[in-house]
Design a protein. Structure first.
Length: 328
């Protein structure tokens, strides 16, 4: 059996690339690490550049380069393809189109449709019960967002783009904040300013932004939960950086060991079942119970970080759940 893991670059493996590759190799699979941005087609047959993980090689660790010779691999020669990252913007449309075509003949851990349409903050209203999500207003019109903020001056808000991760461009907006107008203009592309200064001749500049109620529970930290085939497999906590409002590890948050109570497990597995219906077998979620803040469908850190804080590697359990589905 052969698994192709599509990652950003073969020169620096991600948090899931290494442990998942190791786990599937322990199950006896042949594992190839491939580059998602190198996806191409030979007479409409989809392939990419990759490197074979040798069976007798040392285990991989995040941040390492894929060892061995680089070669070309056709996707239809694999029993399973795992997309671990999103393609770069410049090539994303073509890559997603080719991967969708390849998925009509080859099994994918997470469906291309699910990765394209549900790996976004827009989808939270579709996937989450109303009691488990914060009120959000989404628009590419600065004036609409600014008006909402002005009408609820006592409300604390969070403003962010709908399609970023790792805490990028996430702003905490206090009541009567002096820079809120500027932040909302920036997040929506400074479209109003552009039209005033050049008559709008430079083209369409508007960008979408989310204005969302601030959730006080976040100050106590968040929990990252990994769900595989609708089952909670691994989790860890993240303490908020004292100099920031974000708990993302990339923004200075601190990993901690935590427990999950029955309500958190039940909510995570409910969302897992909803995503299963759309072909998503592996994902991560950020929770400040009873609220879910984020769903990560491509490369959610969690397996590796959980092993760091708990000393237990759950990648074998994740791999076994994925393989078991193939046998049905």
């Amino acid at each position: 059996m052969r698994l192709l893991i599509l990652t950003k670059t073969l020169d620096c493996l991600g948090e899931n690339d290494a442990p998942i590759a190791n786990a599937f190799r322990r199950l006896g699979w042949e594992v190839i690490l491939g580059e998602i941005n190198a996806v191409a087609a030979d007479d409409y047959r989809i392939f990419t550049r990759g490197a074979l993980v040798a069976r007798d090689d040392d285990p991989y660790h995040p941040g390492e380069a894929a060892r061995g010779n680089r070669a070309l691999y056709f996707l239809d020669e694999f029993q399973l393809v795992w997309v671990m990252t999103q393609p770069l913007d410049r090539v994303a449309r073509d890559v997603w189109q080719m991967l969708w075509l390849a998925s009509q003949k080859t099994g994918f851990v997470n469906s291309i449709e699910g990765l394209m349409f549900l790996n976004t903050k827009h989808a939270l209203g579709f996937l989450l019960p109303s009691a488990n999500r914060a009120f959000s207003f989404i628009s590419n019109d600065f004036s609409s967002l600014w008006k909402l903020y002005q009408e609820a001056r006592d409300q604390r808000w969070v403003a962010k783009p709908p399609n970023t991760s790792s805490g990028q461009n996430v702003f905490l907006l206090p009541p009567n904040g002096p820079n809120v107008r500027t932040i909302l203009q920036c997040l929506t592309g400074n479209a109003d300013v552009q039209s005033l200064t050049s008559g709008g001749l430079s083209g369409f500049r508007a960008k979408y932004a989310i204005l969302q109620h601030f959730i006080p529970e976040v100050a106590q930290g968040e929990k990252r939960v990994i769900v595989v085939r609708g089952k909670v497999v691994a989790w860890h906590g993240r303490e908020v950086n004292p100099d920031d409002h974000r708990s993302n590890i990339t923004q200075g948050g601190k990993l901690i060991s935590v427990d999950l109570h029955s309500g958190e497990i039940e909510l995570a597995e409910l969302i897992g079942k909803r995503l299963l219906a759309h072909g998503i077998n592996f994902f991560g979620m950020d929770m400040a119970y009873p609220y879910v803040l984020e769903l990560e469908l491509t490369n959610p850190g969690g397996l590796y970080d959980t092993a760091l804080v708990s000393g237990v590697d759950y990648s074998d359990e994740a791999a076994e759940l994925i393989v078991a589905q193939l046998k049905k």
